[in-house]
Design a protein around this ligand. Sequence first.
Ligand code: ADP
Ligand code: MG
Length: 226
Amino acid sequence: MNENLIECVGLCKTYTTDAENLAILKELDFSVERGASVAVTGASGSGKSTLLSILGGLDRATSGKVRVGEWRLDSLPEKKLTEYRSLVTGFVFQFHYLLKDLSARENVAMPALMAGKSRREAMERATAILESLGLSGRCDHYPSQLSGGERQRAAIARAIVNQPALVLADEPTGNLDKASAEGVRDILFGLPTSCGATLVLVTHDPGLAATAGKQYLLENGRLSLR
Ligand code: ADP
Ligand code: MG
């Protein structure tokens, strides 16, 4: 039994333009234990979002092995990659991407509905998760009626409604004031304990990364343990 949820071996990502080959990720070896929280820091443009997109099945490595659980992302057909994304991952971005015409509860219920849950079960789950994230009084609010921190907590609720094994967060506090950022930070780094998820968070902010169980630095296309 392999304890690592994520295992990347010799992961390379190269962008080819007319003028040149841009090597963004160079032969990364990267493993994450099940239930761990990991932060990857690095300067802007160092390839953090690229790495996260590959782990989330939104983008593909140029070469190398990428395994998440039972899923070999490097050899997965496009259709299966869609299935992987919806079954295994939850994404939190810098911007919340909540749908403005849906209430917080409806936004959170959406991925559960798309995964085939009944409307009633999806709404119940959404309510329970919103409550657990301190938004019990905000379920029927529309995104425009929520504060920045509340919106981001709703976005986290949406990311975890299908109980993903892997939560991926890309600069999740980038748009928030300090107090809201701390709330979001605590929720995200609490996910391994609260719902058994594994967390990989990328940020340029070393202060945010400091809460992680393990911290890596991405620099010149390579990862090193901090
Ligand atoms: P970070 O998230 O650390 O700021 P990114 O992963 O977004 O960095 O980008 C890493 C590098 O890859 C940047 O130099 C960026 O310009 C380049 N890049 C990202 N996407 C593309 C693309 N589709 N084509 C060419 N270059 C890209
Ligand atoms: Mg980025």
